[in-house]
Each structure stands twice: as structure tokens, then as C-alpha cells.
Write a protein that binds this ligand. Structure first.
Ligand code: XMP
Length: 318
């Protein structure tokens, strides 16, 4: 729209004023907010911006490739893509407590980001995709989600690294950020991406995280995602995903008894993630997901659907 076009011009001018000729760094997750913030800053200061993407080994199928394709190949942003799969999986070995998983992943992320930014030399600014509701929430609300938000927005980084913040989305709501992203030419898959937690699949493999379990979960997650999109439900559902339960149950295949993992499907509608209803997905869609997961993903012989709302349940299982 015309309004958003003039907003881009103003924002670009502001970023140039603030940053001058200094170098800027950005922790890019591939989520809507960090992607739009990075694209806008790139429009303003071009090669002065470097984005760091850390592959923490608990991403979904194709996630890293999509970020690489969009930002490096198509938009020609300076991208540092760090493959830290084995480092994170080693750190997570035998860890079952959800909060410990979060701490380990958060700490390793910050460590990698710091090391990388030191290599780049003379970085003065950090771009963050802070939205207007985040600004309001961080001054008025100190509940459990304050911790979530801190982690999500790489809290602690700016002060530790003595970086000044560039927050070009501070005045915007989510729907405006999407329009802005469109104006900047970002693809729909990024603009409409459902939220995905910083600790990634580590909190969706319940209990100990292993390569084997991650591979099973990825297979199931891909099918849930495909079927939600095919049914035209992707945008109206807040989040839809698979969870791997660390137990095995009995099944039957041909004349053989099986003893394999259970996948839970979680899908919710929500406005902001603070409260949520379990999504009334049509039975045919659930049925298709179930039979596809059991037939196509080796190691799973049972699928269940989570019919709990938040509160008292949470959206994630850990
Ligand atoms: P819960 O499970 O608390 O989730 O109902 C609310 C929203 O927050 C996301 N979530 C996280 N995001 N780091 C994040 O960046 C986290 O540790 C984390 N835990 C939950 C969750 O996916 C949902 O959108």
C-alpha cells in the first residue's frame, strides 16, 4: 500500500541517521519479526549489515535451507550460517528437564553469536525485531512469558556485548509487520510463518533428545505442516505441530506385533499465544495426518490429538 511504502522510506531514513557508517549485526531466526527487521535494515544500510543464523540441530526439515535461499541467494544479504548441530546435541545429551534444555540452548546461542560478532570486528549496532506489544509487555508484565520473550529476543546480548539497539519495528503490530514484509519483497512462507520457539524441536522431543528421535519428529512435523496447508488452515491456526512422546506402545502390522513411539498432534487457535483453544480440525484432516505419519514415518505406530486449551495446559508440551 501507499502508506506502507512511505513508512519504508521514513524507516530507512531513520536507520541511516542512527547507524551512519557503522557496522550492524542481526540474529536472524527466519521468523517473521527478525526477518522483516533484517530486510528493512538491509534496505537502509546494505552491506554494513551482517546476519547470523545458527543451526542448533533442533530445526525443522528445510528451515536452514529456506533462510539461506531467501536471504543469501535472493536478497544478497551478508549471511553467516553456522552449523552447530553437534555442539548443541552434545550439550543436550541426557538432559530431560525442559528448563535446562532452554538454558543450554540459550547459552550456546549467545556464545556462538558473541564469537561470530568478535570475528566481524567493529560492530556497534544490533538489529532486533521488537514489536510494539513487546515494548508494552516488557514494561508492564513480568509473568512467565517475560522469560520466554527475553530468550526469544536474545535478551542479555546488547548489554553484554555493549551494542546499541536498532529496533525498526518498535511502533508496529504483527499485522503491520506482515504488510511491511510484503512491501520489502519477502516470500509468503516467511511473512505468514507460524511462531516457532527458540529451543525448537528440543522441547518437542519430550525427555532426552537424540538424533533418532529428532529424525522421527521431523518426519511427523513435515506431514502435519503439509496437511494443515493442504486443508487451507495454515493462516487461521496459530500453531500446528507434532510432539514425540518418549514412550512406546503396542501396535500390529500385518501379522506382526509392533512396539513403537507415539506422536501427539498439537494445534491451537490464539490471538497472542497467552491463551489458546485446541483447534477443531476436521476429522478427515486428522485422519489423513494419522495414517500418513504411521505409514511414512518409521518408528511410529500411534497418533493422538491434544484436546486441551491454555490455560490450564500450555501450547508446548515442555
Ligand atoms: P506456551 O507453551 O508457554 O507457549 O503456551 C506460548 C508461546 O511461546 C512459545 N514458546 C517459546 N518461544 N522460547 C521461545 O522463543 C521458548 O522457550 C518458548 N517456549 C514456548 C510457544 O511456541 C508459543 O507460541
Amino acid at each position: 500500500t501507499w502508506t506502507m511504502r512511505s513508512y519504508v522510506e521514513t524507516a530507512v531514513e531513520q536507520i541511516r541517521q542512527q547507524v551512519g557508517t557503522e557496522r550492524v549485526i542481526c540474529a536472524l531466526s527466519g521468523g517473521v519479526d527478525s526477518s522483516v527487521a533484517a530486510a528493512l535494515t538491509h534496505r537502509a544500510v546494505g552491506d554494513q549489515l551482517t546476519c547470523v543464523f545458527v543451526d542448533n540441530g533442533v530445526l525443522r526439515t528445510g528451515e536452514r535451507d529456506q533462510v539461506e535461499k531467501t536471504f543469501a541467494s535472493q536478497m544478497h544479504l551478508n549471511m553467516r550460517i553456522l552449523d552447530r548441530t553437534s555442539q548443541f546435541l552434545t550439550g543436550l545429551k541426557n538432559v530431560t528437564d525442559p528448563e535446562r534444555k532452554r538454558k543450554i540452548i540459550g547459552r550456546l546461542f549467545i556464545k556462538n553469536f558473541e564469537v561470530e560478532s568478535k570475528k566481524l570486528k567493529g560492530i556497534k549496532y544490533l538489529v532486533q525485531g521488537t514489536l510494539y506489544p513487546d515494548v508494552i509487555e516488557s514494561v508492564s508484565f513480568k509473568g512467565p512469558s517475560a522469560t520466554i520473550k527475553t530468550h526469544h529476543n536474545v535478551g542479555g546480548l546488547p548489554t553484554r556485548m555493549k551494542l546499541k539497539l536498532v529496533e525498526p519495528l518498535r511502533e508496529l503490530f504483527k499485522d503491520e509487520v506482515r504488510v511491511l514484509g510484503q512491501e520489502l519483497g519477502l516470500p509468503d512462507e516467511i511473512i505468514w510463518r507460524q511462531p516457532f520457539p527458540g529451543p525448537g524441536l528440543a522441547i518437542r522431543v519430550l525427555g532426552a533428545v537424540t538424533k533418532e528421535r529428532l529424525a522421527i519428529l521431523r518426519g511427523a512435523e513435515t506431514i502435519v505442516d503439509q496437511e494443515i496447508r493442504a486443508a487451507g488452515l495454515y493462516r487461521e491456526i496459530w500453531q500446528a505441530f507434532a510432539v514425540l512422546l518418549p514412550i512406546r506402545t503396542v501396535g500390529v502390522m500385518g501379522d506382526q506385533r509392533t512396539y513403537e513411539y507415539v506422536i501427539a498432534i498439537r494445534a491451537v487457535t490464539s490471538l497472542d499465544g497467552m491463551t489458546a483453544d485446541w483447534a477443531k480440525i476436521p476429522n478427515e484432516v486428522l485422519g489423513k495426518m494419522s495414517s500418513r505419519i504411521i505409514n511414512e514415518v518409521k518408528g511410529v505406530n500411534r497418533v493422538v490429538y491434544d484436546i486441551s486449551s491454555k490455560p490450564p495446559s500450555t501450547i508446548e508440551w515442555e
